[in-house]
Design a protein around this ligand. Structure first.
Ligand code: AMP
Length: 430
C-alpha cells in the first residue's frame, strides 16, 4: 500500500516552496531591522514546560499536544508553540545576566498541534514570531505590535485588522472570573463539554468557544473593561495612545482573551480576510505576560511577543495575487554535444557555478533539439553549447535564448562575459 503523508501535514515544493521562503525571509529581514536577534531551539521539550506555562486549562495542553514517553521514560512534547521554550532557554542560559533590556528574539520553525485539520489549520505548521523580554516599558508592547503590522503591510496586505484588548492584571482577572462564573452558572449545564471544563479551570476560556450556540450565550457575558484595576486601565490607555501616535490602526475587541494561560494585560490578534472572502482565522496573535519568566526561574520581569502562522499568511497572499513571478528559472543550461565532451562540460558547469551563475547541465546523451527544448522548459536564459570544436579551443557557444544571438566565448572569459551581458534584474538578484 502506498504510504501517504500524516493527516494535517503537507508537502511544500515548486513555486509554493519559493513563496514560503520569500515570506519567511521578509519576516526575518524586518525583525532584524527592528533589532531582534534570532534564537533557534529544540523541537522537543519536557512536557512539564508547556503544562506549567501554556497552562493545563488551555486547549493546547488539554487536547492538542504531541506527547510521548521516550526510551528513558521521560515525557516529551513536540513544541506546540515557541514562547515557553524561549523563556526556558533564556532562564537556563542566564541570558538575562548583564543584558540590556529588553532582550529581543525572533524565531521561525515548525510547531505541532493535534488540531482538527481544516482550512488554515494543520497539525504541523510553521510559526514566525518574536519575544521582547524584561522591559517594563509599555513601548515594548507597542514595538511588538508595530513590528507585526509592518511585516503584514510590507507583504502587501492592505486593511489588516489589529484586534486589541486587555485581560488586565491578576486582580482584574480574579474579579472578572468571579463575575463570569456567576453569569455562566445559569447556562453551563446546556453548554458544550469543553465549556463545562473551562468553567471549572478557567472561565475566561469560555469566551473563546467556537460552538455557535455557546457564542450566543457568550455575547451576553459581562465585559472585562468593567473590572479593570486602575493600573491595567492606565496601561491599556498608554498602549493605545502610542499606537495612535504611530498611526497604527486597531480596534478594541473586549471578547479577545487568547488561548494560552500566561498572558496578562494587553493581548492582540491580526486578522485579514482575503478579497475572495476566505477566512483562514487569525494570521497571528500575541500579548504581554507578567509572570512567565519568573515562574520558569528567571527575573521577575515581564515580556511580550506575537506569532504568525506562516501558512495562513502565505494563503491570503496567494488568494489576493500578491506574489510576483517567483520561480527562478535556470540561468544557464549546459548542452554537451556527445559523450566525448562530457567531462569538459562538467568543468564548464562548475566554472559557471563558482562564478555565481545558476546553472544546470544535461547529463544524458541527447539530441540538440531535445536539449534545446529542455532548456526552454527550464526557463533558461542562456544555452551553453559545447562540441568537439569548442573543447579543442577551450571555448563554449553561448546562445541567448530570448534574442537567439550566439557567440563563441573563451572559458577563461565566460564569467566576464556574463557580467557584461547579464540582464539587469539578474544582477540585482545577485
Ligand atoms: P496561537 O499561539 O494559538 O495564537 O497561534 C498563533 C498563530 O499560529 C495563529 O494566529 C495562526 O496563524 C497560527 N496557527 C495556530 N494554530 C494553527 C494550526 N493548527 N494550523 C495553522 N496555523 C495555526
Amino acid at each position: 500500500m502506498e504510504i501517504r503523508n500524516v493527516k494535517g501535514t503537507y508537502d511544500l515544493y515548486g513555486n509554493d516552496a519559493n513563496q514560503y521562503s520569500y515570506v519567511e525571509s521578509l519576516m526575518v529581514a524586518i525583525a532584524t531591522i527592528f533589532a531582534f536577534n534570532e534564537i533557534r531551539l529544540p523541537v522537543i521539550e519536557h512536557s512539564e514546560l508547556f503544562v506549567r506555562s501554556v497552562g493545563d486549562g488551555s486547549d493546547v495542553v488539554r487536547k492538542e499536544m504531541y506527547t510521548f514517553l521516550d526510551k528513558g521514560n521521560r515525557s516529551i512534547t513536540l513544541r506546540p508553540e515557541f514562547t515557553a521554550g524561549i523563556i526556558r532557554s533564556f532562564v537556563q542560559n542566564k541570558l538575562y545576566a548583564n543584558a540590556d533590556y529588553p532582550v529581543k528574539y525572533f524565531y521561525c520553525g515548525p510547531v505541532f498541534r493535534y488540531d482538527r485539520p481544516q482550512l488554515g489549520r494543520y497539525r504541523q505548521f510553521n510559526q514566525f514570531g518574536v519575544e521582547s523580554l524584561c522591559s517594563t516599558s509599555i513601548s515594548a508592547d507597542v514595538e511588538v505590535i508595530t513590528l507585526a503590522y509592518t511585516i503584514l503591510s510590507s507583504l502587501g496586505l492592505d486593511g489588516v485588522k489589529i484586534k486589541i484588548n486587555s485581560i488586565g492584571d491578576e486582580e482584574t482577572r480574579e474579579n472578572y472570573k468571579k463575575a463570569l462564573k456567576e453569569y455562566f452558572s445559569k447556562y453551563i449545564d446546556n453548554m458544550c463539554e469543553d465549556c463545562k471544563c473551562r468553567y471549572e479551570i478557567n472561565p475566561l476560556r469560555i469566551l473563546d468557544c467556537k460552538v455557535p450556540e455557546d457564542q450566543e450565550i457568550v455575547k451576553g457575558a459581562p465585559k472585562i473593561s468593567s473590572y479593570y484595576s486602575s493600573a491595567s486601565k492606565e496601561r491599556l490607555e498608554k498602549v493605545l495612545f502610542e499606537l495612535d501616535s504611530l498611526e497604527i490602526p486597531y480596534e478594541i475587541d473586549d471578547s479577545l482573551v487568547r488561548g494560552l494561560d500566561y498572558y496578562s494585560e494587553v493581548v492582540f490578534e491580526f486578522h485579514y480576510v482575503s478579497k475572495s472572502g476566505k477566512d483562514y482565522g487569525a494570521l497571528g496573535g500575541g500579548g504581554h505576560y507578567d509572570k512567565l519568566i519568573a515562574e520558569l526561574g528567571g527575573p521577575s520581569l515581564p515580556g511580550v511577543g506575537f506569532s504568525f502562522g506562516i501558512e495562513r499568511v502565505v494563503s491570503v497572499l496567494k488568494d489576493d495575487g500578491l506574489f510576483g513571478e517567483e520561480e527562478m528559472g535556470t540561468y544557464c543550461y549546459v548542452m554537451p554535444m556527445g559523450e566525448s565532451v562530457h567531462e569538459y562540460a562538467l568543468n564548464v558547469t562548475q566554472t559557471l557555478r563558482l562564478g555565481g551563475l545558476r546553472t544546470e547541465m544535461c547529463y544524458e546523451q541527447a539530441k540538440f533539439s531535445t536539449m534545446f527544448k529542455r532548456a526552454l522548459r527550464k526557463n533558461a536564459k542562456y544555452a551553453v553549447i559545447i562540441g568537439e570544436e569548442e573543447m579543442k579551443n577551450n571555448t563554449v557557444q553561448i546562445k541567448d535564448l530570448s534574442t537567439q544571438n550566439q557567440e563563441c566565448v573563451k572559458v577563461d572569459e565566460i564569467i566576464k562575459y556574463f557580467d557584461e551581458h547579464a540582464p539587469r534584474e539578474y544582477k540585482e538578484e545577485e
